[in-house]
Every structure is written in structure tokens, then in C-alpha cells.
Design a protein around this ligand. Structure first.
Ligand code: NAD
Length: 485
């Protein structure tokens, strides 16, 4: 267990405790133990952070000094790497994922910082000559002050996925952690605060609620852009608040992703990825989890049988314990939501395995739900249409690729999908037909940070990762020069 952390906010280059005396608590979802307390910031505190971020952006050379930005980001990555074991343990204790998953998340996050450190000195615009004496310079400028609103499920990587490209592009950033996981964002910001040569106010951390801190970031005129990763409902609220000042928004939201297995697929690999791609080890609490499994009639029965066997072999427990395959879900509220979806499944579909809260022995202190599979889920069922964010898979049957595409696209979301087949023509045909920001062929869940991704439909607006992920935090300016007499 990590020693209990007392977190502060980081505003204008100083660590400040809550001025209103209110605090948030994060508890280990496997054991119920207190992991950290953090400020529950007031409106005044978030406004102070916005004002110091604005001064840092406008009053220092940060936006023009790309070698400094690259150096700072490299050093941050290095220092986090030096302390990866302690960060890993904190992440496991705060959000319940296994140590292996937590370490994987941190390694990925640090890789993202290094990648954008490399790009920081490579931000280019373009030049054109449209008539004899007229030159157009199109330059890329940072947006200004960015509000980065982070969810609890991947609090490390999703903070860094926004902060690294935003800083690399020359912006000042204010991070708002999720209320369940302020500790890991505090620990990463603490490491940043120890770096030299960073102007005060370039990175701030303000813990608090979505309705106070998040909403003010979205509304305030002095914030130029919001980068939110969260649910589609929150995305709509943020977009509405941001519209008051016509602020740019980048929204990475929910999903209900289809994982489609054709009759000729590599059966063993597809089975393995049915659970891996759904992130069953983390209770499917992942935006792009492949929680809709679409099976060709030809393999359906054999596949469901194998899925049941594998799901039943997974050991539930505290993610820091040896031999644990699947950790808890985040909270009692989430347990209640998931159990409601299990009720819907019991009414609308056929239960294959699971369907209950696991609370015997050590599990009684945490929020554990057995890996659950429902078969023959009707596409119009809420279980098929809504994001459960719990260890519940829905299985569908299809006959031919047309029907597979139809079921896959019968969703408000469009984040990710996968197709399993040895027939490349069918694979590419389906990949083109599916309305989704990412489509994998014969794999699931691999998102190299060099390659752009983003959500379609209600899964989001904007692009993450790659060069475009940095460009997202910039705006283009046209400077036209007449060199004639
Ligand atoms: P959430 O939407 O409840 O909260 C996300 C963040 O928004 C939190 O920091 C929260 O405090 C803040 N927030 C809440 N209300 C707000 C408001 N009115 N104004 C401004 N900020 C507000 O999501 P969550 O439960 O933390 O995370 C799970 C959700 O995130 C799932 O829907 C999941 O699919 C999605 N997600 C998406 C991606 C992606 O890359 N597309 C990645 C991870 C998670």
C-alpha cells in the first residue's frame, strides 16, 4: 500500500492547500483504504490558476523557446521514468488496475512525453506566392491557455496525452484531475514542478469537481481551448459551456466498440483478444474496449464456449497481489450502474457466465464484479447501445459481412472496431464500411502514439497522437506581405 498522500494544488508555480478547507478523498477500490486527500478547489482558486497561466503564456518566452520546451519535456519524462515503480503502485492503489496494467500505462505516458519532446522543435507552417508580389506566410501559433480535463480510468496517460503536445506546442496548461484519481496527477505534476527553467504558471494542477473546476475552465474567456477526455454526456456539457466564448474543444469520449470475428479467423488469437481487447483485466473500464463481440454463425457456438471458459478462469482481486487477473471497478456507484445493466441483460439476452457481484473473503472490501458474458443480445437493447464501463460483454451473431457492418454501425458511438479474418479483401472492405475512428485488423487495442486517432459520431471531436495531435493545440495565422511598390 502506498503511504497516504496529502495533495495540494499547483498554481502560479506554488503548491497551495485548499483555501476553502474542503477536500476530496481517493480510496483504493480493492480495499477501501484511503489513498490520498486533495483540495476541492473553489471558483476563486480555479480563476487564480487561469490568471497565472495567462500571465505565464503572455509574459514569458515559453511560446517562442522551442529548445527549452523540448529540454523540459525530456527531463520530465526522464524523472518520471526514474520513479516509475512508485508511480505504478500509486496508480494501482488509486484506480484498481493490476500492477502490470499500471506500469504499461505509465510507460506509454512517458513515451508520449518523449515523442512530443522530439516534435517540439519541429512545428512548421508554410509559405505560398499567390500573385507576383504577394507572399503568404501561414504560421502555426500555440492556442494560449489550455484546460486539460482528465478522467479516472487512465489518469496518467490521458493527462500526458493532452499536456505533452500542448506544452510542446508552446501553450500554458491547467490540469483538472478526476475526483477519483487526484493522487497520480499530483505525483506527476510534483515531478514537473521540480524541473529547472520552467516559467511559473506554465503547468498548473487544480483538483476539484467537474461542476466547479471543469465547468469554469470550459466557460472562462481567458481559457482558449479545452481538451477533455471523458464521457459523451460530459463532452456535450463542456461543448455547450465552451460555446459561450466560441472556445475550441477537443473531445475524446465514450465508445461501445465492435470486435468482429469472421468464420475464417485465427480462432485462438481472436479468443485471446476478445478478452484482452475488451480490457477485461481492468473490468472493461476503457473507452475503446471491444465490448460488442460480433460472431459469424459458423463459429458462434465454439467461440462462446471458449469465451466462457476463459472468463471463468480469471482471478479477481487487489491488482497489487500476485496472480490477480482482474481488479475491481472504481466505486459503489459504478457497481450499482453495472448491476442495472446486468438486470437488463438478464431480461433481453442469454447469460453465458458471471452476472453477479463477487464479495466473498477478501473481495468483500472492494468493488468486484465477475466477468460477465451475455449472448444473443438484441441490437436495440440498452445493453447493446450504452457504455456499461464494467466487465460485461455482449455477443451478437451475423451471417455475412453486410450484416456484420450493419450491427457494428448500429451505435451512436464510433471510437474503435476490429475485424478478424484471413481474407484481406473482406477485412479492408469492412474497415472502410465501419464508421469508427480506428479499425484494427487481426489485432485489438494497439494505439502507437506516432499514429493519429480520434472518435467519430458521439465518440468525439478532434485528433490525438501523432503530428496532428500536436497541431490540435495550435492555430494557423496568415501573414500576407505585398512586396510591390
Ligand atoms: P466523466 O465524463 O464523468 O469525467 C471526466 C472528467 O470531466 C472528470 O475530470 C470530471 O470531473 C470532469 N467533468 C464532469 N462534469 C464536468 C462538467 N460539467 N464540466 C467540465 N468537466 C466536467 O468521465 P469518467 O467517468 O472520469 O471517465 C470515463 C469516461 O471517459 C467513459 O465514458 C470513457 O469512455 C471516457 N474515456 C474516453 C477516452 C477516449 O480516449 N476516447 C479515454 C478514456 C475514457
Amino acid at each position: 500500500m502506498t503511504p497516504m498522500l496529502t495533495c495540494s494544488n499547483y498554481i502560479g508555480g506554488k503548491w497551495v492547500s485548499s483555501t476553502n478547507g474542503e477536500s476530496l478523498e481517493s480510496r483504493n477500490p480493492a480495499t477501501g483504504e484511503l489513498v490520498c486527500t486533495a483540495p476541492n478547489a473553489s471558483l476563486e482558486e480555479v480563476r487564480e490558476a487561469i490568471s497565472t497561466a495567462r500571465q505565464a503564456f503572455e509574459g514569458t518566452s515559453w511560446a517562442e523557446d522551442s529548445p527549452l520546451r523540448a529540454r523540459v519535456l525530456y527531463r520530465w519524462a526522464q524523472e518520471m521514468r526514474n520513479r516509475i515503480e512508485e508511480l505504478t503502485r500509486l496508480l494501482t492503489d488509486e484506480n484498481g488496475k493490476t500492477l502490470a496494467d499500471a506500469k504499461g500505462e505509465l510507460e506509454r505516458g512517458i513515451g508520449i512525453v518523449e515523442y512530443y519532446a522530439g516534435l517540439a522543435q519541429n512545428v512548421f507552417g508554410k509559405t505560398s506566392i499567390s500573385s507576383p508580389n504577394y507572399y503568404s506566410f501561414v504560421i502555426r501559433e500555440p492556442m494560449g491557455v489550455i484546460g486539460a480535463i482528465v478522467p479516472w480510468n487512465f489518469p496518467a496517460v490521458l493527462m500526458l496525452r493532452a499536456v505533452a503536445p500542448a506544452l510542446a506546442a508552446g501553450n500554458a496548461v491547467i490540469v483538472k484531475p478526476a475526483s477519483y484519481t487526484p493522487g497520480i496527477n499530483y505525483a506527476m505534476t510534483k515531478i514537473f514542478s521540480e524541473l529547472e527553467d520552467v516559467p511559473d504558471g506554465i503547468l498548473s494542477l487544480v483538483s476539484g469537481t467537474g461542476s466547479i473546476v471543469g465547468a469554469e475552465l470550459a466557460r472562462n474567456r481567458e481559457v482558449d481551448m479545452i481538451a477533455l477526455t471523458g464521457s459523451s454526456e460530459t463532452g456535450k456539457r463542456v461543448m455547450q459551456a465552451a460555446s459561450e466564448t466560441l472556445k475550441k474543444v477537443s473531445l475524446e469520449l465514450g465508445g461501445k466498440s465492435p470486435n468482429i470475428v469472421l468464420g475464417d479467423a485465427n480462432f485462438d488469437k481472436a479468443i485471446q483478444y476478445a478478452l484482452k481487447g475488451a480490457w477485461m483485466s481492468f473490468g472493461c473500464q476503457v473507452c475503446y474496449a471491444g465490448t460488442r463481440i460480433l460472431l459469424d454463425n459458423a463459429i458462434h457456438d465454439r467461440f462462446v464456449e471458449a469465451l466462457k471458459k476463459q472468463a471463468e478462469s480469471m482471478k479477481l482481486g487487489y491488482g497489487a497481489n500476485q496472480g490477480v487477473d482482474i481488479g475491481p471497478v472504481i466505486s459503489q456507484d459504478q457497481v450499482d450502474i453495472i448491476m442495472d445493466y446486468i438486470d437488463i441483460g438478464n431480461q433481453d439476452a442469454k447469460l453465458v457466465t458471471g452476472g453477479f457481484r463477487a464479495d466473498s473473503g477478501d473481495l468483500s472490501k472492494g468493488f468486484f464484479i465477475a466477468p460477465t458474458v451475455f449472448d444473443d443480445v438484441p441490437v436495440e437493447s440498452r445493453l447493446s447501445q450504452e457504455e456499461v464501463f464494467g466487465p460485461v460483454l455482449s455477443v451478437f451473431r451475423f451471417d455475412g459481412v453486410e450484416e456484420a457492418a450493419e450491427i457494428a454501425n448500429n451505435s451512436l458511438f464510433g471510437l474503435a472496431a476490429a475485424v478478424w479474418t484471413k481474407d484481406i479483401n473482406k477485412a479492408l472492405g469492412l474497415a472502410r464500411k465501419i464508421k469508427s475512428g480506428t479499425v484494427w485488423i487481426n489485432t485489438y487495442g494497439r494505439l502507437p502514439y506516432q499514429a493519429e486517432m480520434g472518435g467519430q459520431k458521439e465518440s468525439g471531436i478532434g485528433i490525438q497522437y501523432g503530428e496532428e495531435g500536436l497541431n490540435e493545440f495550435t492555430q494557423l495565422k496568415h501573414i500576407g506581405i505585398d512586396i510591390g511598390d
